[in-house]
Design a protein around this ligand. Structure first.
Ligand code: NDP
Ligand code: PYC
Length: 335
């Protein structure tokens, strides 16, 4: 049975848990709001389900919950950040206004974060930019749990990319998708709920296709979505987040000496574009987004990316969060 709880009540509880387990006031605020927002939007694989991961990772000593990220203004359109082995969202919060200023001044700007962790839903990092009129792209790599085509062992992370574009008179158009057949979080949920996987999603430890989530999780791997096409997206995400940002590739992540660690130390890259740049006389970008969405609906597409997420939000925006009583009670037990 699920109850609806005020967003702020959920944030306050999550923050209390994170504070108790060693995250600083500032870091706890950011991560609690992130988790509560994912839960509110029905992105449950990165909602309150992740709180035990945040706890076991800090308990393992693998992540820093208190470090202050370092933001470097390295070129007119380029910012680098060193998360100092903390969560990427904290570095993004520090770099956010500089990134906006640079995108406004140059038409485009990039933020490359290294030495960082990410256990959240990626769209939450960029949705606000599109609300302010920017086009935003985000990429993050994680731990090696995804096998490339024809391979028998994992190399890539689940490596999502998210895209957000402003619309005229409507919430931004946002998509956010892993480059794997499914998010690792959803694989864990499938095991927990005793569900089989759709075929073509995963392999076992011998490289043979399996629909058993336990076999995929224990020595097996997920596959990329769309075969070699998803694999190329995963490859691009690795290069943008690890090679460009100066972070580890997913296959280089080593948490063997910190049992309990659940968030990989990798990188994240965000690209911001000001669609108004040099656009005098052109049709405004947000109107053109609306044109395309209208054409899709007219052609018969009933579900546009973001429809489910927005429908889950209450009409008040930051309204209520649906959370099962058992989950709530287990969170209360963690305080
Ligand atoms: P989904 O496959 O559930 O959804 C991907 C995108 O497609 C969403 O924008 C979704 O919109 C849209 N969509 C889904 N179904 C349809 C449909 N039938 N028609 C039209 N659009 C559709 O996402 P994933 O499982 O790939 O990823 C889930 C979450 O996991 C993401 O938020 C991602 O950031 C996160 N993740 C985080 C990682 C990390 O390292 N931090 C790693 C991997 C994943 P809508 O939102 O409206 O459903
Ligand atoms: O769900 O694939 C995932 C994931 C990896 C890191 C954080 N979430």
């Amino acid at each position: 049975m699920a109850d609806s709880r005020p967003f702020e009540e959920v944030v306050a509880l999550l923050k209390k848990i994170l504070r108790k387990h060693g995250y600083s006031e500032a870091v706890s605020s950011i991560l609690a709001a992130n988790c509560a927002a994912a839960q509110r939007d029905g992105s449950t694989s990165h909602g309150v389900f992740r709180i035990p991961n945040y706890i076991s990772t800090i308990q393992s000593g693998y992540v820093s919950g208190t470090v202050e990220p370092r933001v470097e203004d390295v070129a007119p359109g380029f910012i680098r950040a060193d998360s100092g082995n903390g969560f990427a969202q904290v570095a993004l919060a520090k770099a956010r206004s500089l990134l906006e200023q640079k995108a406004k001044a140059n038409g485009i700007a990039i933020l490359a974060i290294r030495n960082s962790h990410h256990l959240g839903a990626l769209y939450l990092d960029i949705e606000d930019f599109a609300e302010k009129g920017f086009i935003a792209l985000a990429f993050v790599n994680s731990m090696a749990v995804v096998a490339p085509p024809e391979a028998h062992s994992p190399v890539y992370g689940t490596n999502p990319m998210a895209f957000a574009a402003p619309r005229e008179g409507a919430a931004p158009l946002v998509f956010d998708q892993a480059s794997s057949s499914m998010a690792h979080g959803d694989l864990q949920v499938a095991r927990r709920e005793g569900r089989r996987l759709p075929s073509g999603c995963a392999i076992d430890s011998k490289g043979i296709e399996t629909t058993d989530p336990a076999q995929a999780l224990e020595g097996g791997a997920l596959l990329t979505f769309g075969g070699h096409k998803g694999a190329s997206i995963a490859l691009m995400v690795e290069l943008l987040c690890a090679a460009l940002a100066g972070a580890d590739f997913s296959y280089e992540v080593d948490w063997s000496t910190t049992p309990g660690a659940k968030s990989a130390r990798t990188g994240q890259t965000i690209i911001l574009i000001d669609p108004n740049t040099g656009g005098a006389g052109l049709a405004p970008f947000p109107m053109r987004v609306n044109d395309l969405v209208s054409a899709l609906r007219a052609a018969g597409q009933r579900r546009i990316p973001g429809d489910r997420r927005l429908a889950r939000r209450s009409p008040q925006g930051d309204g209520t969060v649906s959370i099962s009583r058992e989950e709530w009670e287990s969170l209360v037990d963690m305080t």
